[in-house]
Write a protein that binds this ligand. Structure first.
Ligand SMILES: *Cc1c(COP(=O)(O)O)cnc(C)c1O
Length: 365
């Protein structure tokens, strides 16, 4: 069976006409994986599921929004799109623009982009421009340029990005036969995704397709936590580069998602993110990029603070929680290599290999 992309699958909820030419790479339909060991390690009452968005066509959830943004850009006659990016938006914009046959320009903070993401934007033929400044400064420039020239801005302040990204919420509710999880946890950077998911859940409930709404849990990195601190951060810092954002464009709607859902936006340290990153890879076999691990780091922190102890599950015995794992681990190979044991280099010799494996004793005799 052919599985279509998110616009075709959720057409009734998407701003398209019957004759709209849809630009898609068959994004979405990502795995929802139950995390048995992680759940048991974090809280006895938690039933954690991992929505592995790294398995989208360009390796992050950005594809859900980009299919919609590029489809509309083409429909509206644009020949050029532009974005500021911590990496994944540019990778996605470059791929979808290539598919549509239009030009793409990306502004990235110099030296702060993970290698995989930079290589994607380059290989798809985007014009890549490094700015001697951070993401927030790059986005300000893109907004100025796109307001004056016939260039379509495809950052998440483009409302069509949010429309496409809300499909993640639809897929989760569909997977649980019309029931939203008790909680949804996710990293928060520019805050477009938390805005999109909350919109998606609300629309699905209004359409009678979801019985309930989840409580939204968002996590920023401690060095880039403007929403938690209540003021912009001039020089955001974190090794989780995808959420290294000091003045989120969708700040207000992220707070609405938090408040309307009785949720939480908290922060986690880089150390906590790294530990969660390794835990996911080693106990569940799921390889994500550092920013994605902020969601797991956040629920570990909440659990340690007793947050889940007195929560009553909506249905059944267990508290169901879906973690949005926003991007693939291969996006950022440097972080992976830095977090892991380095390979041993040996002579081509059986004994030497068995010694390293701790099996030199005749264990199989
Ligand atoms: C873009 C991105 C985020 C942050 O999403 P926002 O919508 O900016 O809050 C988190 N993780 C990854 C991997 C991303 O690419």
């Amino acid at each position: 069976m052919r599985i279509a992309g998110v616009i075709e699958r959720y057409r009734a909820f998407m701003p398209v006409q019957d004759n709209t030419r849809v630009i898609s790479l068959n994004e979405g339909s990502t795995p929802l994986i139950q995390a048995y060991k992680l759940s048991a390690a974090i809280h006895p009452k938690l039933e954690i599921w991992l929505k592995y968005e790294g398995l989208n066509p360009t390796g992050s959830f950005k594809d859900r929004g980009m299919t919609m943004a590029i489809t509309k850009a083409v429909e509206d006659g644009f020949k050029v799109v532009m974005c500021a990016s911590t990496g994944n938006t540019s990778a996605s914009a470059a791929a979808y623009a290539a598919r549509a046959g239009i030009k793409c320009a990306v502004l990235i903070p110099e030296g702060k982009i993970a290698l995989g993401k930079l290589s994607q934007a380059m290989v798809h033929g985007a014009k890549v421009i490094q700015i001697k400044g951070n993401f927030d400064e790059a986005l300000t420039l893109v907004r100025q340029i796109c307001s004056k020239y016939p260039i379509c801005l495809v950052n998440s302040i483009n409302p069509f990005r949010i429309e496409g990204q809300k499909s993640g919420a639809f897929e989760i509710v569909d997977a649980f036969d019309g029931v939203a999880p008790d909680f949804q946890a996710m990293p928060v950077g520019n805050a477009g995704n938390i805005t999109a998911y909350w919109k998606g859940y609300k629309e699905y409930k209004a359409a009678g397709k979801a019985a309930n709404l989840p409580r939204m849990l968002g996590f920023q990195a401690a060095g880039s936590a403007p929403i938690v601190l209540g003021h912009p951060v001039a020089e955001p810092m974190t090794y989780a580069t995808a959420i290294r954002i000091g003045n989120p464009a969708s700040w207000k709607t992220a707070e609405e998602a938090r408040d309307e859902s009785n949720g939480v936006i908290g922060m986690v340290t880089d150390h906590q993110i790294k530990e969660a990153y390794k835990l996911l890879a080693r106990t569940e076999g799921v390889f994500v990029e550092p920013a994605s691990a902020a969601s797991v780091a956040g629920i570990i922190k909440l659990s340690q603070n007793g947050f889940f102890d007195n929560v009553e599950p909506l249905y059944g015995e267990m508290i169901r929680l879906v973690c949005i794992l926003t991007g693939h681990g291969l996006k950022d190979p440097d972080s992976a290599i830095a977090a892991a044991e380095q390979p041993a280099t040996l002579e081509p010799n059986e004994e030497a290999i068995l010694e390293v494996l701790g099996m030199l004793e005749p264990a199989f005799a």
